[in-house]
Design a protein around this ligand. Sequence first.
Ligand code: PLP
Length: 397
Amino acid sequence: MDDRPRYDRATAALDPPFAMLDLVALRANAADLVRRAAGKPIRVATKSIRSRPVLDRILAMDGFRGLMAFTLPEALWLVAEGFTDVLVAYPTADRQAITALAGDPRAAREITLTVDSTEHLDHLDRVLAQSRPRQELRICLDIDAGYVALGGKFRAGALRSPVREPEQAAEIAAEIAKRPGFRLVGLLAYEAQIAGVGDTPPGNALVSRAIRIMQARSARDLILRRGRVVNAVSGLCDLEFVNGGGTGSVERTVREKAVTEVAAGSGFFHPRLFDFYSGFTGRPAALFALPVVRRPAPGTVTVLGGGYVASGPADPMRLPQPYLPAGLRYAPDEGAGEVQTPLLGEAAYDLRVGDRVWFRHAKAGELCERFATLHLVEGDTLVESVPTYRGEGKTFL
Ligand SMILES: Cc1ncc(COP(=O)(O)O)c(C=O)c1O
């Protein structure tokens, strides 16, 4: 069945703007991630989902274990709501949340904090100086998985941890082992330059080739370095997990013996930026509908809203994609607007006031910061409407 009439039919009773999740596409994407993970568990990156009921549905499928949260207040809330095994993959300085964690035995059992320096440990100790009793905190050490070449002149990957080499990791692991109140249980090494960079960007074959070469070299470097880091740290603690990767690198990351689990988030919704990978194809699962509200000129319609620009380096790829009907594009002078968005193209001739245009966000979970509800569609039926984090009054970031 063609997707546009199906989506229009399923949501006919709703007035746009609204957001929709195609459950068949979501399940197909989840199954493909599991296939690519080849038996290793996938930790679900909550930043790319941002809806509790959707996280529940994903964790109910085979192949997924644990959550990768983006803030400690979020993790505390998720654990209070019954979720378990939550890795906060980004360091926290939140005094109130740290105090709450150390005072709650169940939260301290289920939540793991990420650090990359003794400065983080010092901060935690300072915040908890007066806290009694103080639960032992589970700690994950973040390792830089970026790619460095030309003697440091070239670097690709996210600027995260200053810890890169096995000796540095061992030094911090020894410090954590020595300090009361902390237990090192995991390692995290996220290769953003592979997992989050599509190797078939539109337009430029040379850039594609350069990306592929960089990614292949980076993967070779990581097999050795991640393995050495794990070896260096293993003697100093009982590691429960070594986490790596993301949607764009699943099959590559799980091949490394040292990696025990892979993270993935974006692959569930399959947003626009994930169309440009040669290793896999997903199905757009999360969409939003905007209403046509006027027709300023022949071949032009204007929809309400639309300026939901994705985070990252600002460029046109961060704009939502006008998706259905196919063949619509932005007016170059206006782009995606704060209140209204003109759209040009053949398809605009057939659109009338009150019709919908379906869009895809450039990224995954950020869509949920714009909408209180995700309408879940199965085939051509709306089966349930569930809250996003925002819909539950939670604005973590
Ligand atoms: C630590 C970490 N792991 C994995 C990911 C990958 O997530 P996704 O699958 O959404 O690309 C991210 C994304 O930024 C991350 O920060």
